[in-house]
Design a protein around this ligand. Structure first.
Ligand code: GLN
Length: 536
């Protein structure tokens, strides 16, 4: 029988519900339980695929091609197990399902209402992953903050489920804030009391409180919170600010969050959690022996969350190389031919990020030309690969107005063009080339030696592709297609022959890098950048 844990948030957003959920899941997994995490988001978009990254950060893509919240990236990086469409549900999707059923006449003449129809649909989705006995424990993270109008139906669904599932098979963890008032020199429990009161108004008594704080909670404070919020004192968990998100599972272990959860769910503690690989990784993150600086050229650099998976992949790859990867954020728009060498000075490697639209294109091309001509390790991802192809077309092949069809549909040289099946697409949501596709690597290439195998599978999220009618011209001039999807004959990886490291992929390797399995492309890009430090 699957057990269900619900994680709610109070007081303010950005307390790190995703990291707490992932850390708890990690500890339970390390004790031998099969765990998954799902996120319910209160917004009305069907999925975050149509959201500008400035709204909610990166859009994370799963194996099955779902465009999801970036927290799913944390779940995968911590647990090393894939998530799917079922792991991220929005209000929009719930309403869409209900409205479709209404149109199909499934409600048999009834008035369709938030309670019970919307809440029933939410409950059905909350229980879905636990239905096939694939998991011992399903953790459900509720987006938003308790008290928001838009998250009410989710809270109501949790109230009903707690009642239906009972105390031994479900519990609620509430994440709250215990602020430190400098003027008073004290930690304050009132916001926590109020936020628990609000949950109680909705009929939910939290079982465990995880308290975000900048200072340690002493016994006095814990006692006070326990007393006012009707929880056991050992269920008041301190979540102190940590230097790295990867510290959090160990901090939660120290607070015994996993033990309390297991005892409340009447599950055996089993053995102590096996966290050897995690600790080795963390040791390397904390004790680097060298440092590299990588320039990340992108369009959304004011919001680092827009590139979350990339920066986390650098942490994983840095650990393998025992070096600290410092990311220097560079706005593509700020680069031009006059300032490029000045602005990119001192970089050991250059990454051109994924993205959409024309803004910053010319700056990205400048950065790529600079990396190509000065033999600086270069890594391009998705739009970054497309830009590398455009730059090579313009500056090496002499195709003066080479461009992507996305940026200029009237170019004489659409070296990146729209896929045939994309031409008919009208709706923007969920219609890109999404999710996992296979790719064959050509022997003797850098890509092949990096992966050490002939066939790989990677995740995609794009509409445009390399235009094969130019392939021969490119290969003759030294830019080769080292990875190809043979079913659809699509170029997936390009690389330069006469360069220490110039590799770019149409897919998104950053979506598959985890603590346990750092991505080989990131690992070797960091290694190449490290060599570039030593050379200097
Ligand atoms: N805009 C490009 C495309 O749609 C690249 C997308 C991306 O970088 N994810 O093909």
């Amino acid at each position: 029988m699957t057990k269900y844990i619900f994680v709610t948030g109070g007081v303010t957003s950005s307390l790190g519900k995703g990291i707490i959920s992932a850390s708890l899941a990690k500890l339970l997994q390390a004790r031998g339980y099969r765990v998954t995490i799902q996120k319910f988001d209160p917004y009305i978009n069907i999925d975050p695929g149509t959201l500008n990254p400035y709204e909610h950060g990166e859009c994370y893509v799963t194996e099955d091609g779902a465009e999801t919240d970036l927290d799913l990236g944390h779940y995968e990086r911590f647990l090393n197990t894939p998530t799917s469409q079922a792991n991220n549900i929005t209000t929009g999707r719930i309403y869409q399902n209900v409205i479709q059923k209404e149109r199909a006449g499934e409600y048999l003449g009834k008035t369709v209402q938030v309670v019970p129809h919307i809440t029933d649909e939410i409950k059905k989705n909350m229980l879905l992953l636990g239905e096939n006995d694939d998991y011992d424990i399903v953790i459900t993270e509720l987006g938003g903050t308790v008290g928001d109008i838009e998250s009410l139906p989710f809270i109501e669904a949790v109230r009903q489920l707690r009642w239906e599932l009972g105390n031994n098979d479900s519990l609620v963890i509430h994440l709250t804030l215990v602020p430190f008032l400098a003027a008073a020199g004290e930690l304050k429990t009132k916001p926590t009391q109020h936020s628990v009161k609000m949950l109680l108004e909705y009929g939910i008594q939290p079982d465990i409180l995880v308290c975000r704080t900048e200072h340690s909670l002493n016994a006095e404070i814990r006692k006070k919170i326990a007393l006012f919020c009707n929880v056991n004192i050992n269920a008041v968990i301190e979540s102190i600010d940590a230097p790295s998100i990867y510290d959090v599972p160990l901090l939660m272990l120290k607070e015994q969050l996993d033990k309390i959860v297991l005892s409340k769910l009447k599950l055996a503690t089993k053995s102590e959690p096996v966290l050897d690989q995690w600790k080795t990784f963390l040791g390397k993150v904390k004790n680097p022996t060298s440092e590299v600086t990588i320039g990340l050229i992108g369009k959304y650099i004011e919001l680092p969350d827009a590139y979350k998976s990339i920066t986390e992949s650098f942490i994983h790859a840095g650990a393998v190389n025992e070096c600290k990867v410092k990311v220097r954020w560079i706005a593509a728009e700020s680069l031009d031919s006059k300032n490029v060498s000045e602005k990119l000075k001192g970089l050991n490697g250059i990454l051109v990020a994924p993205g959409f639209g024309e803004r910053g294109l010319e700056g990205k091309l400048e950065a790529i030309q600079f990396a190509r001509e000065n033999l600086i390790p270069f890594f391009g991802i998705c739009l970054g690969m497309q830009c590398a192809v455009i730059e090579f077309g313009r500056n090496v092949l002499g195709l003066k107005d080479a461009n992507s069809y996305e940026m200029n549909s009237r170019t004489k040289h659409p070296v990146i063009h729209l896929m045939e099946n994309q031409k008919k697409v009208k709706n923007m949501g969920g219609t890109m080339r999404l999710g996992a596709y296979s790719c064959e690597l050509q022997k003797g290439t850098k890509a092949h030696s990096i992966y050490g195998k002939n066939k790989i599978s990677e995740r995609h999220r794009h509409r445009y592709e390399f235009n094969n009618s130019y392939l021969k011209q490119y290969e003759d001039a030294g830019m080769i297609a080292s990875g190809v999807n043979t079913e659809k004959n699509l170029v997936e990886i390009i690389e330069l022959k006469n360069h220490p490291f110039f590799v770019a992929s149409q897919f998104h390797p950053e979506l598959k890098s985890t603590v346990i399995n750092p991505h080989p492309l990131f690992v070797s890009f960091v290694a190449a950048s490290l060599l570039n430090v030593k050379k200097k």
